[in-house]
Design a protein around this ligand. Structure first.
Ligand code: G1P
Length: 288
């Protein structure tokens, strides 16, 4: 099973990060100097993905423009001999083949995935939610693909979250079948702490078979009146094995203000060009 395509869902309104998301799509918000969506596309490319299908809402075309050539900018950088910057700009377009489909109505995550049906065709594919970025080695999607390819089965990324936070996620029920690996038997979308079957939350990385599209087409609206991907996954788990992979590594929720700021600091501290001057100033701030 070779997974060549990734669907990146970028059709959300970004209400958690207003007011900036009034005009700027949340996926273009930067982590230091790189849009979140580029970090996710880089994760896909470094995981071996050859084609990225963006699901966008109408009007979010600036997301796609970020991956398109910028002839005037490139010419100007060339004339000024800013070759490192030229390379930086051009490398974005070389990550993968980029296509886009539109989701015309915000009917839920499952509905967003369904919009990519004909672009994906009859092959297994990855789904990535760009709200979360993961600093993992190898990249999280690569680790998940290794599990899915090893088991020849669909798989989702899992992270243990505090009980007080389970209502923000899809929560799974499952039995451990290997180190970090669970066979999933149940799933509840955004349960109350009392109803949660575990504290293992689905993170925004999935490896799915094309059968999921048929299940999504027949899915009834679930939590919040939306077509939920979690409900279709549960239906999938009823007739074939579905695995959960509990990864280790850092995760930053960019849709949360604290997560967003933490990501800036963590990624800046990893950059030798920034860390040396940032460290003492952060220390000063903390002590003031
Ligand atoms: C979605 C999924 C949920 C998952 C979460 C991960 O929720 O429905 O199962 O746990 O992403 O971020 P959303 O964040 O779109 O509300």
């Amino acid at each position: 099973m070779k997974v060549r395509k990734a669907v990146i869902l970028a059709a959300g309104l970004g209400t958690r990060m207003l007011p900036v998301t009034k005009v700027v799509p949340k996926e273009l918000l930067p982590v230091v100097d790189t849009p979140a969506i580029q970090l996710v596309a880089e994760e896909a490319a470094r995981s071996g993905i050859e084609e990225i299908i963006f699901v966008i809402s109408p009007g979010k075309t600036s997301l796609i423009e970020h991956f398109a050539p910028a002839p005037e900018l490139e010419r100007a950088l060339e004339e000024r001999e800013k070759l490192e910057l030229l390379d930086l700009v051009q490398s974005v377009g070389k990550l993968a083949r980029i296509t886009a489909v539109e989701q015309h109505q915000p009917l839920g995550l499952g509905h967003a995935v369904l919009q990519a049906k004909s672009a994906v065709g009859g092959e297994p594919f990855a789904v990535m939610l760009p709200d979360d970025i993961f600093d993992c080695q190898p990249p999280l999607l690569r680790q998940l693909l290794d599990v899915a390819e090893g088991q020849t089965a669909p798989a989702v990324a899992l992270l243990e979250v505090p009980r007080s936070e389970v209502s923000k996620y899809g929560i799974v029920e499952g039995s451990k079948t290997g180190e970090h690996i669970y066979r999933i038997s149940g799933m509840v979308e955004k349960p109350s702490p009392e109803r949660a079957p575990s504290q293992l939350a689905i993170m925004g990385r999935y490896v799915l078979p094309p059968e999921i599209f048929g299940l999504l087409e027949h899915a009834e609206p679930g939590v919040g009146g939306e077509i939920q991907l979690t409900d279709a996954l549960l239906a999938l788990a009823e007739h074939r094995a579905l695995y959960g992979y509990q990864f280790t590594g850092a995760r930053y929720d960019l849709g949360d203000r604290v997560g967003f700021v933490l990501a800036q600091v963590a990624y800046a501290l990893k950059r030798p060009d920034l860390a040396a001057s940032l460290r003492p100033r952060l220390r000063e701030l903390l002590l003031s």
